[in-house]
Design a protein around this ligand. Structure first.
Ligand SMILES: NC(=O)c1ccc[n+]([C@@H]2O[C@H](COP(=O)([O-])OP(=O)(O)OC[C@H]3O[C@@H](n4cnc5c(N)ncnc54)[C@H](OP(=O)(O)O)[C@@H]3O)[C@@H](O)[C@H]2O)c1
Length: 263
């Protein structure tokens, strides 16, 4: 399918967005990327400067845009970013807003300050989902499990310590960000579909197993120290609220990813 008006990708410079952009180009689409910094445009990719946290630059970035793929995000404040985007997109007459959220956004109760400190990200993704769903714009939201890249970053940080603390009883189902990108592109080129089935990696791992694979692949030796996280949110995560085992549709495993990335 060839789309003539460009699609706007927020977060097109990030881990996921960087993988969405070439797939859209391969599908024959022109792409506009919103970023807080300037980049050189070219080859069907136009960069526009804007900040979703302030709303600055959004009006110009959305001019002539039909479909928005909203991949920008950070550990905090995604609700506000979504609100600013939706406000500007409603004014510009966008026809489809595609949003990437996280598995567990609706199932991890963030009640106490402690919950918020450790799992506030999930609450902010849930709040952003609601902003998208209530926007009045036609929308599609996909929830994904953690990307391999994120798990690797966490493992590398923890490995700086002589003993690696591991959240006891917590499991993960990491997925290849390229596979999430491919699904997002498919959704972006299709009709607005509301909340679509989750996307999860091929296998569920104990957190200790994930870290041991990392240590093996990076030829390191560390002791692992299981730490039991307190609070309701942590309890929900131990019960598997961050997993989508029935949607284990990803193919590339954590071990494959590590073998390639740490080669
Ligand atoms: N990582 C995971 O495991 C995971 C799992 C499920 C869902 N998700 C979701 O997937 C999305 C992408 O994650 P990622 O890991 O690819 O993120 P990332 O690598 O950290 O990239 C973040 C992107 O957001 C943009 N951004 C951040 N704040 C912005 C602002 N105020 N205005 C405009 N752009 C802003 C950045 O653009 P500039 O720096 O160029 O401005 C960057 O391109 C996020 O919504 C995340 O919640 C991630």
């Amino acid at each position: 399918m060839t789309v003539t008006s460009p699609l706007l990708i927020t977060g097109g410079t990030g881990t996921l967005g960087r993988l969405v952009v070439p797939r859209l180009r391969d599908a024959g689409c022109n792409v506009r990327i919103l970023s807080r910094r300037s980049h050189e445009s070219g080859d069907g990719i136009e960069f526009m400067i804007g900040d979703l946290a302030t709303g600055e630059g959004l009006e110009a970035a959305l001019d002539g845009i039909g479909t928005i793929v909203h991949c920008a995000g950070s550990s905090k404040g995604d609700e506000g970013k979504a609100r600013n985007l939706v406000r500007a997109a409603s004014r510009s007459g966008a026809r489809h807003l595609v949003y990437i959220s996280v598995v567990g956004a609706d199932r991890i109760p963030v009640v106490s300050g402690l919950d918020r400190t450790m799992f506030g990200y999930f609450a902010s993704k849930r709040a952003a989902e609601n902003v998208v769903a209530d926007s009045g714009l036609p929308w599609t939201t996909l929830r994904a499990t953690q990307f391999h890249d994120l798990m690797l970053t966490v493992a590398q940080q923890l490995a700086k310590l002589p003993v690696m603390p591991v959240p006891a009883g917590v499991r993960y189902q990491p997925i290849d960000a390229g596979e999430v990108a491919a699904r997002l592109v498919e959704l972006s080129l299709g009709k607005p579909s509301g909340l679509v089935p989750d996307i999860g990696g091929p296998r569920v791992y104990e957190s200790t197993e994930l870290l041991r694979s990392y240590l093996r692949a990076s030829h390191r030796h560390r002791l692992l120290m299981p730490v039991r996280l307190p609070g309701k949110a942590a309890r929900a995560v131990r019960a598997g609220a961050n997993l989508a085992p029935e949607q284990a549709v990803g193919h590339r495993t954590w071990e494959d990813f590590l073998a390639e990335r740490l080669r």
